[in-house]
Design a protein around this ligand. Structure first.
Ligand code: SF4
Ligand code: SF4
Ligand code: SF4
Length: 361
């Protein structure tokens, strides 16, 4: 038996005592199904990535300030500031640090050692390794890097299913952002996301969603994504989505070995990194997946080997996902109530087990 979204919200609010329906903006008001003409995004070219993780550091630093996706009132203003002192000295004043300190032994809590996307990590660089791991961007006896973060879908499934109206797609630049105060921790967006990217603060009393917001607080100031700003090789660049798509298609069509001036930081940058074009595998990822995404990727090995789901349909998913989730409303309460416990269990396993986020051969 299926139920309508409105009936579902009423039922949940009445049955659980949670007041959700009041003031929830309609799905139509929160998202479009078209790429806005001024849409911005990122092009990640894995063949240029050296795995330095500078992008991750700058992501945390610039998202831990007011307006940033990791900021919470009462926290220290930046990760850089946090790292200059011992965690033990600051913990009295910090409800929950915006960086991860667990999982690294004997460091007294001063290292950021993110192992996967989480409520404190909006983007992550992972490594593929096979055999002797001698040659970069090679499937057999090679290695490669991949950057994970929200893809900023043209038609975002997360915004479609969120019963609290926490997600919105900016009508001008297409950035998919959330208003954390609206989040009820139900995880519907995580279930709906075809790339499994939203994360939660499961160690918080009232967990909120966290994901990349394309540094929209910086875009408002005329700046661009912090990850692209710190990338030394041009592996991650920021630009208009229409231009990034053309750039990616151009690279993909070039003969391997051709010298090319890869722009650094932004697509229109005058600073470049001259390199021979690599042999690209598969396709430009993000042109059609889930109806297309504003962040797109190129790689020297297949995206499947990099851990990306090869079965994502090419059409937009939102209508399909809401139709599915509306049939199983019990998931909502189960996840909302059990999430923190679930976090504790999985977190303990992560500490003892293999690095969960790594991609191994
Ligand atoms: S990748 Fe997932 S979280 Fe990001 S916009 Fe698309 S559906 Fe939403
Ligand atoms: S766009 Fe901003 S929030 Fe998103 S991964 Fe890059 S630095 Fe982090
Ligand atoms: S994307 Fe750039 S900054 Fe990030 S790890 Fe790769 S080379 Fe370093």
């Amino acid at each position: 038996m299926s139920i309508s979204r409105r009936k579902f919200l009423k039922g949940v609010a009445a049955g659980s005592g949670l007041v959700l329906a009041a003031g929830v903006p309609s799905v139509e008001a929160r998202m479009s199904k078209e790429l806005p003409p001024e849409a911005v995004g990122l092009l990640y070219d894995a063949t240029l990535c050296i795995g330095c993780k500078s992008c991750m550091v700058n992501c945390k630093t610039h998202n831990s300030v007011p307006g940033g996706a990791l900021y919470k009132e009462g926290l220290v203003p930046s990760v850089a500031d946090s790292l200059q002192c011992k965690f033990t000295e600051k913990k009295e004043t910090m409800a929950s640090p915006p960086y991860e300190t667990e999982g690294v032994k004997g460091n007294d809590g001063i290292w950021d050692a993110s192992q996967d996307l989480s409520g404190k990590t909006l983007s992550i660089i992972k490594a593929y390794r096979n055999g002797t791991a001698e040659k970069k961007d090679t499937a057999i006896n090679g290695y490669a890097f991949v950057k994970q973060q929200c893809m900023h879908c043209i038609t975002p499934a997360c915004a479609s299913v969120c019963p609290a109206g926490a997600f919105t797609k900016d009508p001008k630049n297409g950035v998919v952002y959330y208003e954390a105060y609206r989040c009820i921790g139900c995880r519907y967006c995580q279930i709906a996301c075809p790339f499994n990217l939203p994360r939660y603060e499961w160690d918080a009393l009232w967990p909120e969603v966290r994901k990349c917001q394309m540094c929209r607080h910086r875009i408002k100031e005329g700046k661009y994504s912090a990850c692209a700003e710190f990338c030394p090789t041009g592996a991650t660049i920021f630009g208009k989505v229409t231009d990034l798509r053309e750039e990616a298609k151009k690279r993909f069509a070039m003969k391997p070995g051709t010298m090319y001036d890869f722009p650094i930081q932004t697509l229109d940058s005058k600073e470049t990194n001259p390199q021979a074009v690599a042999a690209y595998a598969d396709k430009v990822y993000g042109l059609t997946e889930a109806g297309g995404t504003q962040n797109i990727m190129l790689s020297g090995i297949s995206f499947e080997l990099l851990g990306l789901n090869k079965d994502i349909p090419n059409g937009a998913l939102p209508d399909l996902t809401w139709a599915y989730i509306a049939k199983v409303p019990w998931v909502f309460l189960g996840v909302a109530l059990g999430g923190t416990t679930l976090y504790a269990i999985t977190h303990r396993k992560d500490k003892n087990g293999k690095e969960k986020g790594d991609i191994h051969d």
